[in-house]
Design a protein around this ligand. Structure first.
Ligand code: NOJ
Ligand code: CA
Length: 676
């Protein structure tokens, strides 16, 4: 019955589009309109004199004006002109799917799909299909190169996709093609001031917020956005090249990643969008019983604040004894994983300045991996492995299988990856097709050995966690580590109220919150954590990650009453709602634990103090809750008095308004426990 209905609908839509095609054919221009299920997002595909374009509107406002589509190919005629529409079809899809883990246990996937089949009208008759998926929260489109005689192996020298923005929006962005990869403070400027930006790129004005990114980056180059200087509002897809200048090596049949345009009334609503995940393929791993979100701590921050070193010798952080101290603490405090950096051979001296010398299955003197791992398992804790590659991919890949097999043998289920370096293997960018291929190989190889991945300095997230749910979290951001040892002193207080609206749109962020001791200036006189203690707690809710680090040292948590929040906060959620916020100013997020009826809330502010009144109407009606509130102390201030906090509790229901006083650089974290 369903199928029959779909068939009739398809017939109707095809007949309808055929009529409009015929009507427009005489004028050399054809338009195909695709509407989101609620009718508010509209995409128009245009064929004009054989060239192809699209445009996007939201609530009758233009968002993206007429923008080109197509490709330049190496040593082959362009795939941009002489097209005709061979066929087009539209279908409605209304499904939902269950996430293995995530911000939401169930995800609605509701869109209108249009597939437009094009062929060039010349001797080669090359074909190109464009797929649009129009959701209520935005648009995804991708190019498909079908199997065909005159386009088999080819190299893309330029993707011609443009985004002709309708306004000179305010943009929040980080620059592309820089040595520190994605690890930059976000810039706020007019769109017209961008040169090259990474995605997600957030743009907004008073009426609308738009984010451009991509989904399902599997075997292609990452897309950056270049501003064209003719009208200063048009962005062009700028693919990160191979060292030889080629953008992408391809073989038909193949599809590009989805180009995504998320749109909403305000930036905070974009955080609630599932468009990127929806555009990825379903879970491909059959057995997911070994995949589990969790908290971890580790021998890490003490290196960044200069108390210990990765290098073997007197300052060596990775010792059997120290690892056991972390394990003892973790076992008693609801922390599943203990990371040890510098445990393997090859970390001597300035390891990032030479060709990598790491050996991934041999421990350094002073650290007994087998013993430590055994000790952890006896206490119900797991060691988290570490593979720092120093951007030496050939060196790493030669050992990769063996290295994962070694971890699996020792009961290690999770690895943190690192790709420190300005270029990969001496010449490639971190985000070109070379690294995209490496990274996908890594995820699959890790899955083969039942290992979860947390990757630093890697490819931006494009939602592949849906397809490979062992791809847990990643850095791709200027994380907490910059507050530990960066020569520039660290992040600005507004950084953590920018990144959930920008970097966070792509997926989980291993930001590593939880610093309780602010007095570490003995070795790092110019560094500080630019938040209060209560804000550190709030970050566990506002910055999503299925693997959350408790980043400070165990002795700084020992007997600290505020640690109870880290103890209690879950890492897997039934439901998540970004409730209120303004980019660079503040953010309030509520999430429900996947495995209990408890709710959690995080509220964070920039350098300004502010009072927030939060309506608790997300709580189930009729149920009473005890709200345990971890708030800034009366005189708390990120600079002068970061450690001042207070813990209070009150009874609330869905009808209550919770009043929160956030200090300058402050925050509040709340746990809602159902009561009778
Ligand atoms: C950079 C990573 O982001 C950081 O977390 C790690 O400690 C160092 N590399 C060493 O691998
Ligand atoms: Ca890093």
């Amino acid at each position: 019955m369903q199928l029959v209905k779909l068939y009739i609908k398809l017939l109707f839509i095809s007949a309808f589009s055929l009529m409009s095609l015929l009507a427009q054919a005489q004028s050399n221009s054809e338009t195909i309109e695709v509407l989101s299920p609620n009718g508010q997002v509209k995409v128009s595909f245009l064929l004009e004199h054989g060239s192809i374009y699209y445009q996007v509107g939201f609530k009758n406002m233009p968002i993206i004006n007429k923008s080109s589509l197509g490709f330049e190919l190496l040593d082959k005629p362009q795939l941009a002109q002489n097209f005709k529409i061979v066929a087009s079809e539209q279908t409605q899809v209304n499904q939902s799917w269950q996430a293995v883990w995530g911000e939401n246990a169930q995800v609605e996937n509701n869109y209108t799909q249009a597939i437009i089949r094009l062929a060039q009208q010349d001797q080669l008759s090359r074909q190109l299909n464009i797929h649009f998926r129009v959701f209520n929260d935005g648009v995804g489109f991708r190019y498909e190169f079908p199997q065909q005689p005159n386009l088999t192996s080819f190299a893309i020298s330029k993707e011609l996709t443009q985004f002709a923005m309708a306004e000179n929006y305010t943009a929040w962005w980080i620059p592309a093609y820089r040595d520190q990869r994605y690890e930059y403070q976000y810039l706020k400027s007019a769109l017209s001031s961008i040169d090259y930006a990474h995605t997600p790129l957030l743009m907004q004005n008073k009426k609308v917020a738009v984010a451009i990114h991509e989904a399902a980056l599997v075997d292609y180059a990452s897309m950056t956005l270049k501003l064209l200087t003719d009208n200063h509002k048009t962005l062009e897809a700028d693919l990160v090249p191979w060292a030889n200048g080629v953008k992408v090596y391809a073989q038909a049949p193949m599809s590009t990643p989805w180009r995504t345009i998320q749109v909403a009334d305000s930036a905070v609503q974009l955080i609630n969008s599932n468009l990127i995940l929806n555009l990825n393929e379903e879970n491909k791993l059959q057995d997911v019983s070994w995949i589990e979100p969790s908290k971890y701590m580790g021998i890490w921050w003490e290196m960044h604040i200069g108390q210990k070193s990765w290098s073997p010798g007197p300052m060596q952080g990775a010792t059997t004894e120290r690892a056991k101290q972390y394990i003892d603490f973790a076992a008693k405090h609801n922390i599943k994983g203990v990371l040890v950096e510098g445990w393997n051979k090859g970390w001597e001296g300035n390891w990032w300045e030479r060709k990598p010398t790491f050996i991934f299955d041999q421990a350094v003197d002073g650290f007994d991996l087998a013993q430590v791992s055994q000790y952890a398992q006896e206490k119900g804790v797991e060691l988290v492995g570490h593979h720092e590659t120093a951007a030496g991919i050939a060196h790493y890949e030669a050992q990769m299988e063996q290295a994962f097999a070694y971890y699996q043998k020792h009961g290690i289920r999770s690895v943190k990856m690192g790709y420190v370096g300005t270029r990969v293997d001496g010449g490639e960018w971190h985000h070109g097709q070379f690294m995209v291929r490496h990274f996908n190989k890594l995820i699959k190889t890790a899955a083969k050995y039942q290992i979860m991945v947390n990757a630093h300095e890697t490819i931006k997230d494009t939602g592949l966690r849906r397809t490979y749910p062992n791809m847990m979290t990643r850095e791709c951001v200027r994380g907490m580590e910059y507050n530990g040892g960066s020569p520039d002193g660290g992040n600005l207080p507004n950084h953590t109220v920018i990144i959930p609206f920008t970097r966070g749109l792509s997926g989980p962020t291993d930001f590593t919150p939880g610093i309780f001791n602010f007095a570490y200036q003995e070795k790092r006189p110019n560094n500080r954590v630019p938040t209060t203690l209560a804000k550190q707690l709030a970050l566990y809710v506002t910055i999503y990650s299925p693997q959350q680090m408790a980043a400070d040292l165990p002795e700084n948590y020992q007997d600290h009453p505020a640690f109870q929040f880290i103890y209690d906060v879950p890492t897997d959620w039934r439901k998540s709602i970004a409730l209120a916020g303004d980019v660079g100013e503040y953010l309030v997020v509520a999430r429900q634990d996947k495995h209990s009826e408890q709710w959690f809330l995080g509220a964070t502010s920039n350098e300004d103090a502010r009072n927030l009144s939060v309506q608790l109407d997300f709580l189930p009606k009729g149920q009473k809750f005890k709200a345990v509130i971890y708030a800034d102390g009366a005189n708390a201030h990120w600079q002068h008095n970061p450690a001042a906090y207070q813990i209070t509790s009150q009874q609330v229901t869905a009808k209550s308004n919770l009043s929160l006083q956030l200090a300058a650089g402050g925050g509040a974290a709340v746990q809602f426990i159902p009561v009778n």
